[in-house]
Write a protein that binds this ligand. Structure first.
Ligand SMILES: [Zn+2]
Length: 366
């Protein structure tokens, strides 16, 4: 399988994030993608290549140009204001009740902490010097993966980092800046004229993808995730969110309980695959996360490496061409083995579990 990877993600290195007011060691770190890259290289069955630049147009087809400009300029503005912090985090937020009954406000013209809060969803998504370049590269990784599949590959994998599915049209957050899967799906719709389905198997609900395609009948979004009553992103992901207008019926949320087992998961997967099979279209975008793994420090599901091979196999059995894009997954020692198992399953190769591969930084020998 062809794999698209960019070392630009290494510039988005996060040391800490803030959860409920307390700084904790960051979960969404560069080592994640490097673990996966190492495991796929060691397998021998995956061919890595760099992305090609696709410019801003496909990104602006999905995201508010104001969000793009903010992310492009935010870190430099923070430095220009003389704020000496390792990363930019919002101070206040543009919350729903602030302008209830009023004409919505615009982006603040000056203070960077206010600008950040205008676009941000949370305090867990720091912006560092290399974040924008990394986020743009992740979009190019996704779009290059689309090119491979529309060019004839049956399946291709984009090792996107930072992830994307929490980013809405005008919102960044949840470790995400641009919605790589949504940009990919939109590009497929525009190129092929076909309907497209997105299957989101990350542990979290992809609130951004849901929002972007909420009123769209040509993009089906199906997600299996932790019940938002107990887990991030809290405000979206419930089963009664089915889309509106032309998009009514094109949004399927399958919230799952704490401790979800392999067996429970596969039942939900089959439901999602049934819904996808009932729609037309030849390409499926997969938002692939491994925070469903039993040892994940954020998640509370109980999935094993073996089931990822089976999930990949069942997804491929739909017979659609697969654009597989990396989202979350935070138990770093098993990330490589889990990604390898999933992708081998999707390719119809046998499950051949190996010990988790060691971490080597890109550009470092050994
Ligand atoms: Zn996640």
């Amino acid at each position: 399988m062809r794999v698209v990877y960019s070392p630009a993600h290494l510039g988005h290195e996060i040391v800490s994030e803030t959860v409920m007011g307390r700084p904790i060691p960051a979960n969404e770190v560069a080592e994640r993608a490097e673990r996966i890259r190492s495991a796929l290289e060691a397998d021998g069955g995956f061919a890595l290549e760099g992305p090609t630049e696709h410019g801003e147009e496909p990104l602006a087809a999905v995201h508010d140009p104001g969000l793009i400009r903010f992310l492009e300029t935010a870190f430099a503005q923070m430095r220009a204001e003389g704020v000496d912090r390792p990363a930019l985090m919002p101070e206040g937020f543009n919350v729903r009740g602030l302008t209830e009954g009023m004409t919505p406000i615009g982006e603040p013209r000056q203070a960077i902490s206010g600008r950040a809060g205008y676009w941000a969803l949370d305090t867990s998504t720091p912006i560092v010097a290399g974040s924008y370049v990394a986020a743009r590269a992740a979009v190019d990784v996704a779009l290059t993966t689309v090119d491979l599949v529309l060019g004839g590959e049956g399946a291709a994998y984009g090792l996107c980092r930072p992830p994307g599915h929490h980013a809405a049209r005008s919102v960044y957050g949840g470790y995400c800046f641009f919605n790589n899967a949504a940009v990919a799906a939109e590009a497929i719709v525009r190129t092929t004229g076909e309907r497209v389905a997105i299957l989101d198997v990350d542990y979290h609900h992809g609130n951004g993808t849901e929002q972007i395609f909420w009123r769209r009948g040509d993009v089906l979004y199906a997600s299996i995730h932790a019940d938002p009553d107990r887990q991030y992103p809290y405000y979206l992901g419930r089963a009664d969110e089915v889309g509106e207008g032309a998009g009514r019926g094109a949004n399927l949320n399958l919230p799952m309980p704490r401790g979800t087992t392999n067996e429970q998961y596969l039942v939900a997967l089959d439901r999602a695959l049934e819904a996808i099979a009932a729609t037309s279209g030849s390409v499926l975008v997969v938002s692939l996360g491994f925070d469903t793994y039993g040892h994940d420090p954020i998640g509370d599901f109980a999935l094993t490496t073996d089931v990822y091979h089976e999930v990949g196999r069942r997804v491929a059995s739909l017979g659609r061409r697969l654009v597989i894009l990396q989202e979350g997954g935070y138990y770093r020692p098993a990330l490589g083995a889990n990604a390898r198992a999933w992708l081998r399953g999707a390719e119809g190769r046998p499950h051949d579990p190996l010990p988790a591969a060691g971490f080597t930084a890109a550009g470092t020998a050994g």
